[in-house]
Design a protein around this ligand. Structure first.
Ligand code: KG4
Ligand code: ZN
Length: 327
């Protein structure tokens, strides 16, 4: 059972191949369009769609080559249909459907957040060991900040999430205010690390939104930074970046601790692009963080979901009328 997996939810064209019978990841290809987005200071959905049209077929060809397979060796096609940029998703879903039709093979739609959530299990497909259930899991990316209670690979519940901006979006937008290039998350991370400022002696402190339950909010923080930048003449970039990074990360830690205490779960896993952040990794020394290549967008995690469904007897083909959906 060879599964071709595709993800075009944002600005990376991703293709991967999973050998489900052998429980092995055979290929994992990511073509990033970040350079095109940088010219515009952020993601332009229309340009992302056009980049996927060019790059996705090449990513699929490369994945097949890496796995030493031909199109006719594929048994199943799995593709992200939500959430994400609607035009970008449509490119991936249409490509997957067209290929499945041509090959006379079934296809399945996979939720991108569910895939990020279970990406720690990719370790099992690479000869490593994944963390044991149950987990408190945080999916923290450019589009999402969602907390889950995960009891098994097929049993999980959503505890809460952002009510407005996602944590990664906060990194990107605040970075832009500080004059950093898109995507600003990794640049803030690097700037803060290199500056090594004493966090207790910063000249500025930004507010944290403290919501009830397990929800998050970052739009107020973004406005607070914008107002400070406007009124100050000459921003100390490193100090502002350090203070902003702390204000983004603190609520994540608070809600994780709250969930651990309320649900009596010790194991924490953190996934999604922001899980690459070095300060977040330092703040949670006992949490499981997948390797960075599995935290940011990839199709291996899409193939993993199809593989898990296959192993549990739940891999069911979606109907030809199934479509992409942005939410
Ligand atoms: O999961 P991902 O690759 O794409 C989405 O599904 O959104 O996440 C991308 C996000 C961007 O906002 C980027 O700035 C952020 O992850 N990011 C980081 C770091 N690396 C990526 N944020 C903070 N620190 C990092 N090292
Ligand atoms: Zn993502």
């Amino acid at each position: 059972m060879k599964i071709l997996a595709i993800d075009t939810s944002c600005d990376e064209s991703c293709a991967a191949i999973v050998d489900s019978a052998g429980s092995r990841l055979l290929a994992d290809v990511v073509y990033s369009h970040v350079a095109s987005m940088q010219k515009h200071g952020g993601i332009v959905p229309e340009i992302a769609s056009r980049e996927h049209l060019k790059a996705l077929p090449l990513a699929v060809e490369e994945a097949l080559k890496k796995a030493s397979l031909r199109y006719q060796d594929l048994d199943w096609i799995a593709v992200t249909n939500r959430p994400g940029l609607i035009g970008a998703l449509l490119v991936g879903v249409s490509f997957a459907k067209g290929l499945a039709y041509q090959l006379r093979k079934p296809f399945s739609l996979v939720d991108h957040i569910e895939a990020h959530l279970f990406s720690p299990l990719l370790a099992d497909l690479e000869g490593g060991t994944s963390p044991a259930f149950p987990w408190i899991a945080l999916v923290v990316s450019g589009g999402h900040t969602e907390l889950f209670h995960v009891r098994s690979a097929v049993d999980f519940s959503h505890l809460g999430g952002t009510r407005d901006d996602a944590a990664g979006e906060a990194f990107d937008k605040i970075g832009k205010l500080l004059g950093l290039e898109y995507p600003a998350g990794p640049k803030i991370d690097k700037l803060v690390k290199e500056a090594g400022l004493d966090r207790k002696k910063l000249p500025i402190r930004f507010p944290r939104a403290r919501l009830e339950g397990f929800d998050f909010s970052y739009s107020g923080l973004k406005t607070a930074v914008a107002l400070e930048v406007k009124k100050s003449n000459g921003v100390d970039k490193a100090a502002y970046a350090t203070a902003a990074q702390e204000a983004i990360l603190d609520p994540l830690l608070e809600k994780i601790s709250l969930a651990q205490a309320q649900l009596g779960v010790q194991q924490v896993v953190v996934t999604g692009g922001v899980a690459c952040n070095s300060r977040l990794r330092d703040m949670l020394p006992n949490a499981y963080f997948p390797p960075s290549r599995h935290c940011s967008d990839n199709a291996a995690m899409i193939g993993l979901i199809a593989h898990l469904r296959n192993k549990s007897g739940h891999l069911i083909a979606d109907s030809w009328t199934a479509t992409a959906s942005a939410t």
